[in-house]
Design a protein around this ligand. Structure first.
Ligand SMILES: Nc1ncnc2c1ncn2[C@@H]1O[C@H](COP(=O)(O)OP(=O)(O)OP(=O)(O)O)[C@@H](O)[C@H]1O
Length: 594
């Protein structure tokens, strides 16, 4: 018999249960034959959060009632959020009563031993950054009331830093000693996640002696896991990797040590890394909406709706040349109607992560450096080139689903297959574009429109028509704006201002100043003059995960599975299945966690 095996009859409330621990599952089944709604609950040991002696509650406050014959088991429980979507996890709590203290002690010991055996991937020590000003400014409260008690219950220690400035978390990860930490966690929104992302990737490359600026280099995958406790105004990365924006659900994924690899797109300009992105790199509509919303920050979250309307009414399109390196169409396609769900086969079989880990000088074997040069001609390699006027050009490394767009920008995109989806929306009439935007909010195929095309890609280049090329890079010697927006300045020791929202504002202000100087060329690049402006701008801006990029001509490369999150992707609804086998009359009360 399994040495972990333990079986007894215990009481839960006033009912008798047959309780079994078989090493992998902890199961309790009601024994009362008169009760027709007989219940069986089975929890994988890997989803047990903690076992406590006595009658214990942790929410709303920790309460321990000493009792020598009771023990309490806390475990992951699947729930449904108000919208009905799966993915919400809550804390299940069951108090068991044993006939003797000896039996109680045996159960507690045995459960804790089983837990240890199944917790190899669980973190022991975390570095937590809380943005006290993110979203509704509830980060600190969310952490102390919802997150910290669960970490404590699970025996995870946390070093907490409440940030005092933008980029503090990124700088901390880049420069401070991190020995002993199994992961970094942010309590905030997508901006905070981006800080952690840049810190973790930057540190890993520094330690490996790799240049982040060289788009041909195969970056070192990052060992330090990233956790996201959603507390921002937009929490898209959390939503797209967990399925819900809920602090308790995210905490539980961290506690049980879930691990979700994630593709990351590096954005370069003239051999300089500008930023990393995991969700959207968008030009045209999405860039204009961000630029416009930066001017109306005083409106709060409402600014996005307002700006979306204004930009839509402005009805703009932009010329440019988009070049891309297609991914292997045999493996997957953005129109194959699949969803990247937990345990996704396409991601786990992806060969993109099978590149040899590089030393300082190595390049991905299948990529020649010229393939990623910003100025190479269209005949090189497998690059496909498309010229035209576009409403928007979007590259996304994930579906980019969010509560408003439950299927996202590209519903069949994968989290970790080493590719991104490039969506080109050509110039069209206003109603056509409205139709496209509306399809983001429902289940209609947003690519089934004559002016929309989508490609699964490994890299993208964007250039302006001759005569409209980027001038900032030349003026700044390819280093970007004075505020240090790009990673080159970060390397030069100016660590401030790389990712703060004020960058976007500063960038807007600088562009504004340049316009005011009467330089005709800059005047043409007046990318957004507001609804009152009669002259349509020739150039838009790039929105890179909610930040405005200081360059228009960029090169993007997707790096397969570069980072790992404490998440498991979106669970199929079948992940929680109603038991029919055990008892035909269970009326859905028998939940088997598979
Ligand atoms: N103490 C701080 N003071 C000012 N800015 C901060 C501080 N801590 C973090 N930041 C910056 O604030 C920006 C926004 O934070 P965060 O992402 O947490 O919230 P949000 O903007 O409300 O949400 P979202 O980014 O999802 O829209 C981040 O880019 C981060 O760099």
């Amino acid at each position: 018999m399994d040495p972990m095996w333990l079986e007894s009859v215990l009481m839960v409330g006033k009912k008798r249960y047959g309780v079994i621990l078989n090493g992998i599952h902890f199961t309790w089944t009601e024994l009362d034959k008169h009760n027709r709604d007989k219940k069986t609950v089975s929890v994988p040991v890997s989803e047990v959060i903690g076992v406590e002696e006595g009658r214990v509650e942790i929410q709303p406050q920790k309460k321990v009632e000493e009792s020598e014959k009771h023990f309490t088991v806390f475990s992951v429980k699947r729930g449904r959020c108000r919208s009905g979507s799966a993915g919400l996890w809550t804390v299940g709590r069951t108090q068991f009563y044993c006939s003797s203290r000896d039996l109680r002690d045996r159960w507690v010991t045995q459960l804790r031993t089983a837990l240890k055996a199944h917790s190899g991937s669980r973190p022991h020590r975390l570095l937590v950054f809380i943005n006290p000003f993110g979203g509704k400014k509830r980060g600190v409260q969310i952490y102390h009331s919802l997150v910290s008690p669960l970490l404590e219950l699970a025996g995870i220690s946390a070093h907490v830093v409440v940030t005092e400035r933008a980029n503090q978390a990124r700088d901390h990860i880049l420069k401070k000693e991190l020995t002993g930490f199994d992961g970094v966690v942010c309590v905030g929104g997508d901006g905070m996640f981006s800080e952690l992302l840049h810190g973790v990737i930057g540190r890993t490359q520094q330690e490996a002696g790799l240049s982040e600026h060289d788009p041909t280099v195969t970056l070192q995958t990052c060992d330090l896991h990233i956790g996201i406790i959603p507390a921002g105004s937009t929490d898209c990365v959390c939503f797209a990797t967990v399925g819900v924006n809920d602090p308790v659900t995210s905490t539980l994924h961290i506690i049980i040590g879930d691990s979700q690899p994630l593709d990351v797109c590096s954005v370069h300009h003239c051999s300089t890394l500008v930023r990393y992105s995991v969700s959207l790199v968008g030009y045209g509509f999405y860039g204009d909406v961000l630029a416009e919303s930066e001017r109306h920050r005083w409106m709060g979250p409402l600014r996005y709706d307002y700006s979306g309307c204004m930009v839509y009414l402005n009805n703009r399109s932009y010329s440019g040349t988009v070049q891309f390196l297609p991914a292997d169409p045999q493996v997957s396609s953005p129109r194959d109607n699949t969803r990247c769900l937990s345990g996704c086969r396409v991601c786990s079989e992806s060969t993109e992560r099978l590149f040899p880990q590089s030393d300082a000088s190595s390049h991905a074997s299948s990529y020649s450096p010229s393939l990623y040069s910003q100025n190479s001609s269209q005949s090189e390699g497998d690059w496909v080139s498309i010229e035209g006027r576009f409403r928007c050009v979007s590259l996304t490394c994930m579906s980019s689903s969010c509560p408003r767009s439950p299927l996202g920008l590209s519903p069949a995109a994968h989290l970790a297959d080493g590719t991104g989806d490039l969506i080109l929306v050509r110039d069209t009439h206003t109603l056509g574009f409205l139709k496209y935007l509306h399809r983001h909010t429902n289940t209609q195929d947003q690519f089934d429109l004559p002016f929309v095309e989508v490609h699964r890609v490994r890299a993208v280049r964007f250039s302006l028509p001759p005569g409209e090329e980027d001038s900032e890079g030349e003026e700044d010697g390819g280093r970007g704006l004075e505020g240090g927006e790009n990673m080159a300045e970060q390397e030069c020791g100016n660590s401030d201002g790389v990712m703060h929202k004020s960058i976007s504002q500063q960038h807007l202000a600088e562009r504004g100043e340049k316009r005011g100087m009467g330089d005709h060329k800059k005047d043409k690049k007046n990318f957004l003059c507001g609804p009152c402006c009669s002259r349509a701008p020739l150039v838009s801006v790039w929105n890179c995960d909610g930040e405005i990029l200081p360059y228009t001509e960029i090169l993007c490369r997707v790096h397969g599975q570069l980072v790992r999150l404490f998440a498991r992707g979106i669970e199929d609804r079948a992940g929680t299945r109603t038991c029919r086998a055990g008892n035909r009359k269970c009326k859905g009360r028998c939940v088997l966690h598979t």
